[in-house]
Design a protein around this ligand. Structure first.
Ligand SMILES: Nc1ncnc2c1ncn2[C@@H]1O[C@H](COP(=O)(O)OP(=O)(O)OP(=O)(O)O)[C@@H](O)[C@H]1O
Ligand SMILES: [Mg+2]
Length: 222
């Protein structure tokens, strides 16, 4: 079972969007997926309630949790034969989010491309470096707005902190939000759309990167 934590100091960077669409893309692949919602906004959990109401489907399981529950929740997901656990976190780099990163095999940091996002990204990367978690971190560009200078700034940060950057990551697409509004993910809503293809490619890239992290860890522990 893999555990991925989606984390960023910046609010609105796309954490919950990524968690929900990646979860639905993995389910489409036949994987058993659970989401642990550590954000007190409970956005992921609310989407789950909407999904049960509108689509009448229980998967993915979405568990609202507090930090002290996290190990127990992960073990429960493991016992229930899940393939993937996605942890959604509040917009912060604090004890909660860094611990949620600490229990993960991979930390996914989404970033948009405005000045404020790039500033916050630097802080997020610095906090992950201080917590010694950069080796399991990957950056995902979200909804890039074509601003070349900002993209260059993000690329430079990725280089400086030695973090891989998935670029283009997730394109700006209104279809992502509208499918969530129906209690679905984009892959379930319109499988052949560009946005769905984008999410599927992103999932594949992230699985590949997660495997790379696992191989490196095995080598280091050998
Ligand atoms: N790739 C995208 N294309 C279009 N809209 C997007 C994209 N990613 C996120 N959004 C929109 O941006 C807003 C914020 O996204 P989301 O809630 O996923 O961010 P978040 O990081 O989870 O926020 P918070 O920090 O408050 O938890 C939402 O309205 C969402 O629909
Ligand atoms: Mg969120």
């Amino acid at each position: 079972m893999r555990v991925w934590t989606v984390l960023s100091q910046k609010g609105g960077s796309g954490k919950t969007t990524l968690v929900l669409h990646l979860a639905m893309a993995a389910i489409d692949r036949g994987k058993a997926v659970s989401i642990i919602d550590l954000d007190t906004q409970r956005s992921a959990e609310k989407w789950g309630a909407l999904r049960r109401l509108k689509v009448k489907k229980a998967a993915p399981a979405i568990v609202p949790a507090l930090l002290h529950d996290i190990d127990r929740m992960i073990e429960a997901a493991r016992s229930a034969d899940n393939d993937l656990v996605l942890i959604d976190t509040p917009p912060a780099t604090n004890n909660t989010t860094l611990r949620a990163g600490g229990v993960a095999d991979m930390i996914i940091v989404p970033t948009r491309t405005s000045t404020l996002d790039v500033d916050a990204l630097r802080d997020t990367l610095q906090a992950l470096m201080d917590a010694d978690k950069l080796d399991r971190t990957i950056l995902v560009l979200n909804a890039p707005n074509g601003d070349k200078a900002m993209l260059t700034g993000i690329e430079r940060l990725a280089r400086d902190y030695g973090t891989p950057l998935l670029s283009p990551g997730l394109a700006d697409s209104a279809a992502l939000a509208s499918s969530l509004g129906k209690g679905k993910g984009i892959v379930e809503q319109s499988r052949n759309s560009k946005a769905a293809e984008n999410v599927i490619t992103l999932l594949d890239d992230l699985v590949r990167h997660s495997r790379r992290i696992e191989r490196t860890r095995k080598r280091e522990n050998a």
